[in-house]
Design a protein around this ligand. Structure first.
Ligand code: BEZ
Length: 224
């Protein structure tokens, strides 16, 4: 059965978190959202990931993105673990991170959102959560999902980079090419007819000549 698909309304749910009970859609308000899950508290890879996420939190805030993590342990564990994460970041070992962590001890959400990693089990033989990332737009629709196994840590700079691409392409009819970074040139999407491209992109369109003779590889400057 397919799980959540791009364009689906992301499920609303109630959850206990390190900042108290939340309703997810209310938590997001009219902002973008990024929900990232972790296998367990007090584990090494997760600690490095949450440390990096905390360092990048001001960048997500600048982009109007609310961050929220999830792990299958309970709130008191999350609070204790947050001290370790802050200490790993060479900061005061407080219980506060710049984003809440959802507690999912019964794995209700992990099951609902298709987050379990069947290859990674805890000491009781129960599967732990994989490393999922869901990016949700202000319309509450899912814009992007990533699913990594527990043994492979994610790259949070890449998550920020895709937020930049998602926001740019949500508000402008352009696409971003391989390894694109903000400020690089972007691509004119295939659905823009040749006759309209130069009107749509007055700063110019460069079309790369290709052996097929087809004029589909078109660059333009990144819109402001
Ligand atoms: C970790 O976060 O270090 C981890 C968690 C589960 C399996 C493997 C690694």
């Amino acid at each position: 059965m397919p799980g959540l698909l791009l364009g689906d309304i992301f499920p609303d749910f109630e959850a206990d978190t390190t900042i108290g009970k939340i309703r997810f859609h209310e938590f997001l308000g009219d902002q973008w959202g990024v929900l990232f899950s972790h296998p367990r508290d007090y584990t090494p890879v997760c600690t490095t990931e949450l440390g990096r996420a905390a360092k990048l939190a001001p960048e997500f805030k600048k982009r109007n993105v609310r961050m929220i993590a999830l792990s299958i342990d309970a709130v008191p564990d999350h609070l204790g673990w947050s001290k370790d994460i802050n200490s790993y970041n060479c900061e005061e070992p407080t219980e506060t991170l710049p984003f809440p962590i959802i507690a999912d001890p019964k794995r209700d959400l992990a099951i609902k959102l298709g987050m379990l990693d069947p290859d990674e089990k805890d000491n009781d033989g129960m599967p732990v959560t994989a490393r999922c990332v869901f990016i949700i737009g202000p319309d509450k629709k899912m814009k992007l999902s990533l699913l990594y196994p527990a043994t492979t840590g994610r790259n949070f700079d890449e998550i920020l980079r895709v937020v930049d691409s998602l926001q740019l392409t949500a508000y402008n009819n352009v696409a971003t090419p391989v390894d694109w970074k903000p400020g690089d040139r972007v691509m004119v999407p295939p659905n823009v007819p040749e006759a309209e491209a130069s009107k749509m992109f007055p700063c110019g369109v460069f079309t790369k000549e290709l052996p097929s003779g087809k004029k589909y590889l078109r660059y333009t400057a990144q819109p402001k």
